[in-house]
Design a protein around this ligand. Structure first.
Ligand code: FE2
Length: 362
């Protein structure tokens, strides 16, 4: 069940907990999102009524070593429910704890499970950013620092049982997080719209989300406290998550994931770096669909300039060189591309095409 609330998180979560009656709750948060909100008081109240364990250390990425060390230090614990309170990384981290806690022995080093019937812990996802949509997807990205590799883990087991979206929680997001997560939402709806797996339903959701992003992302940036704009962007992020869950993403997400294992960059920023080159190559493969999407932005110009102007308007105009990448890194990036690339509108994607996109993004 997904619910959008305004400032009513506390009462709604209490209702869920009184229904579920968990004996033991694990609350996972980020370092920053937690401190900047009033959640500490609220979660302390929960801990008076339930046996509660806190983990407040999740950073930008869910690291495999961090998950292993969490599992090791909590071997003796058992949890009935996980509350994931934070941005996409916190929710992804929580999904991995939920999945691995009782099943670690059935996973290979590439995180493939040998068992279909896994004993996973239900998750209540409470996003504090409007972007990843992870609260309504069955995917999680794990970072293996040793191998400089990011891998996607997907399955119905990690689809959150409840997603509670309270736009007031996103007010504390600084401008860079707001725009990077907002661009992530933009990329979810754009890629799902031109994906081979797109459908009439995901297309309608994507069109509605784009109308919202066009109007309200700039408003969030102009006034951090604009609650109406925050509420709209939370809704757009939710729609984006539903699009990803049903139509998935395309090549930019695969290339960003590969590059993110080598260079530390925020997901939304990494996507923005690759977008212009990918767009130029992908456009001829689905002209009508691309045109229809860009027309919603209502900006005059050629398809390329419409996208470029939109990205400039929301200050997401970056190059690979801006994040310290070198052309000599490209082979490492290509070696790390994994996941489904057949969903992209571009037919017959090969390593040369990937190289071209990375090169043009410098
Ligand atoms: Fe994404």
């Amino acid at each position: 069940m997904n619910k959008i609330l305004k400032g009513e998180l506390e009462s709604y979560l209490k209702k869920i907990l009184s229904k579920e009656k968990p004996k033991s709750i694990l609350i996972i948060t980020g370092k920053n999102s937690y401190k900047k909100s009033e959640a500490e008081v609220f979660f302390n109240q929960i801990s008076l009524k339930h046996t509660t364990t806190f983990y407040r250390k999740v950073e930008k990425n869910p690291y495999y070593t961090e998950i292993l060390s969490f599992l090791k230090s909590h071997e003796e614990y058992s949890f009935d429910i996980i509350i994931a309170y934070g941005g996409g990384a916190v929710i992804d981290f929580s999904k991995l704890v939920a999945l691995f806690k009782n099943n670690i022995s059935v996973f290979t080093t590439d995180f493939q499970s040998s068992d279909d019937l896994l004993d996973t812990i239900p998750i209540i996802a409470i996003p504090t950013t409007a972007g990843s949509g992870s609260e309504v997807t069955k995917g999680s990205i794990i970072t293996d620092v040793k191998r400089k590799l990011k891998l996607g883990i997907r399955g119905d087991d990690i689809f959150p049982k409840e997603a509670i979206i309270d736009p007031e929680l996103t007010i504390s997001c600084p401008e860079n997080v707001t725009v990077q997560t907002g661009f992530d939402t933009f990329s979810h709806i754009f890629e799902s719209y031109v994906a081979k797996k797109s459908s009439i339903i995901t297309d309608r959701y994507a069109e509605e989300a784009l109308l919202i992003i066009k109007e309200f992302l700039p408003k969030c940036l102009a006034n951090r406290l604009d609650i109406k704009a925050r509420e709209k962007m939370s809704y757009a992020a939710l729609l984006g998550g539903v699009c990803v869950a049903n139509a998935s993403t395309c090549l930019p997400h695969r290339l960003q994931q590969a590059m993110g294992g080598v260079i530390d960059v925020a997901h939304g920023k990494g996507l923005a770096i690759l977008y212009k080159s990918w767009f130029k190559i992908a456009y001829p493969f689905k002209i009508n669909k691309f045109d229809k999407f860009l027309n919603i932005l209502d900006i005059d110009g050629t398809p390329n300039s419409v996208l470029e102007n939109f990205m400039k308007k929301i200050k997401m105009d970056f190059k690979l060189s801006d994040i310290g990448a070198k052309k000599s890194n490209i082979d490492q990036f290509i070696d790390r591309v994994n996941g489904n690339i057949d969903n992209d509108p571009i037919d017959n994607i090969d390593t040369e095409l990937m190289r071209k996109i990375y090169l043009e993004s410098f």
